[in-house]
Design a protein around this ligand. Structure first.
Ligand code: SDX
Length: 437
């Protein structure tokens, strides 16, 4: 019996067979590529909740179990035993690096961590309160203009160079813009510091003072970046692949991904979590906001809760919660925010509204609290998400481009608009148009 499913149209008793494809892990898929040709109909899947858009070997998520694997390695093991650059290397080179490879990789990133000085002029084009995600989106699109003529971004031999240049320059662009907005002197990358520590150095250092960076802060940020590195076909990664399917410049794909990630339903949620905790303000107010979150007529949503795929505790949120508690002990986090966050989590994990909808804390719930403890400006939280996710986006773009005959993404629609409109049906405007001639 071939692995197929049969679709029967009860209107005419016609049946159609479609092949079932099995992956290495997770749900099988029904290949409906011939559906329109066979049946003259499209599928309809709002938000693509039941649609696999590609084959991939990069990241696997088990939403029911709350598991996340990068090229087969469990995220909890990676967070415990590896650093962010190990996972960047794993995503891009398809294997974990040995010590020598990791050191060489570090050097390759360091020498690419500078940006063309002309790019600094871009910052003057923005109004003072420009959101850093808008600035970053513009910077990455601009970066593509520096690597177009002398690089062939459709040549697989150039993909890795494009990927490591982006990963290396993102922290510099983020820190430089922050210094520009604050009116502080620009601090260039210090090649004697590690990748993650260097970012905190560029954010905090002043020519006249000793910069204070605690090891726990570097570990917390490094782990946070790792936990954001890739996440299968989420909205922003799907955006990167969609733009990549037209063979646009990879940095144009990444710029589009930044735009998608910025939304508060996606990567902008970490910023919204903190703003929401500050708005709730005290444990006494939590019940009022839980009620709002449960009210179908109220657009209020609990930021940092719920997930399209995880119907269990987001494994990344678990790791971040441990880190958050370590940071509380070692450097302290705003205790009132923590109390409000803990009360929200306590209710959400016991209240039937959340349990029946499988609404658990996601990666953004604790990342905002950690970034606040690291004194990262709230409006830069999503920029941290970009710094973590960029390697995953580039790995997904490379995988798309390496696949034979890339198909341009072009979904269809269920048309519900007007039909049979003919000129005589058109009202007074028609008279006006005639008089214009
Ligand atoms: C990220 O996809 C990824 O992998 C993303 C990400 C990644 O690494 O790339 O993991 C990063 O984006 C994490 C999610 C961050 N966003 C938030 O924390 C924002 C708050 N969460 C919601 O907006 C929502 O949960 C989503 C967007 C995350 C998921 O939305 P879905 O899957 O479309 O679910 P839904 O909106 O259909 O909700 C199902 C039900 C609804 O109630 P009913 O209509 O069944 O009565 O759950 C309710 C929703 O009203 N619900 C919530 C809720 N999230 C869903 N109710 C209150 N608070 C919430 N946060």
């Amino acid at each position: 019996m071939a692995n197929t499913v049969t679709l029967t149209d009860n209107r005419n008793a016609k049946s159609y067979d479609f092949p079932i494809l099995d992956g290495a892990l997770g749900p099988s898929v029904i290949d409906i590529s011939s559906l329109y040709k066979d049946t003259g109909m499209f599928t309809f899947d709002r938000g693509y909740t039941s649609t696999a858009m590609c084959r991939s070997s990069i990241t696997f998520i088990d939403g029911e179990k709350g598991e996340l694997l990068h090229r087969g390695y469990d995220i909890a093991w990676l967070a415990e035993n590896k650093i962010f650059l190990d996972v960047v290397y794993l995503l891009l080179h398809k294997k974990l690096p040995d010590d020598l490879e990791l050191n060489d990789f570090r050097k390759e990133l360091k020498i690419r961590s500078f940006i063309n000085e002309k790019m600094l002029k871009l910052f003057d084009a923005f109004p003072d309160r420009a959101h850093p995600m808008a600035v970053l989106q513009a910077c990455i699109a601009t970066l593509s203009t520096y690597y177009s003529r002398d690089m062939n971004y459709d040549d697989p031999k150039e993909y890795m160079e494009l990927a490591i240049r982006l990963v290396a320059k993102l922290p510099t662009l983020a820190a430089f813009y922050y210094r520009h907005v604050m009116g502080y002197p620009i601090v260039y990358p210090d090649l004697d510091r590690g990748f993650t520590e260097n970012f905190l150095y560029m954010m905090r250092s002043f020519p006249h003072s000793h910069v204070n960076i605690k090891p726990i802060e570097v570990k917390a940020l490094d782990t946070l970046l790792m936990l954001h590195a890739d996440h299968e076909q989420n909205a922003s990664t799907t955006t990167v692949r969609t733009v990549g399917s037209t063979h646009s410049h990879p940095y144009s794909c990444i710029s589009a991904g930044i735009g998608a990630l910025w939304g508060h339903a996606h990567g902008g949620a970490n910023e919204s979590v903190i703003k929401q905790l500050e708005m709730i303000g005290s444990v006494e107010n939590v019940d009022k906001y839980i009620k709002k979150a449960k009210d179908k007529d109220d657009p209020f949503r609990l930021m940092g809760f719920g997930h399209r795929v995880y119907k269990n505790y987001d494994p990344r949120a678990k790791v971040l919660k441990g880190l958050r508690n370590q940071l509380i002990d070692e450097i302290g986090i705003d205790s009132n925010l923590i109390k409000v966050a803990n009360r929200i989590e306590e209710i959400a994990l016991t209240d039937d509204y959340f349990i029946s909808r499988n609404l658990y804390p996601n990666v953004d719930f604790n990342s905002g609290l950690i970034l606040k403890a690291l004194n990262i400006p709230t409006e830069m939280f999503a920029v941290m998400f970009v710094m973590g996710r960029a390697p995953g986006w580039m790995a997904q773009w490379m995988e798309l481009k390496e696949q034979a005959n890339v198909k341009i993404v072009r979904p269809r629609q269920l048309y519900i608009g007007p039909k049979d409109i003919t000129p005589e049906h058109v009202g007074p405007k028609d008279v006006e148009l005639k008089s214009r001639k």
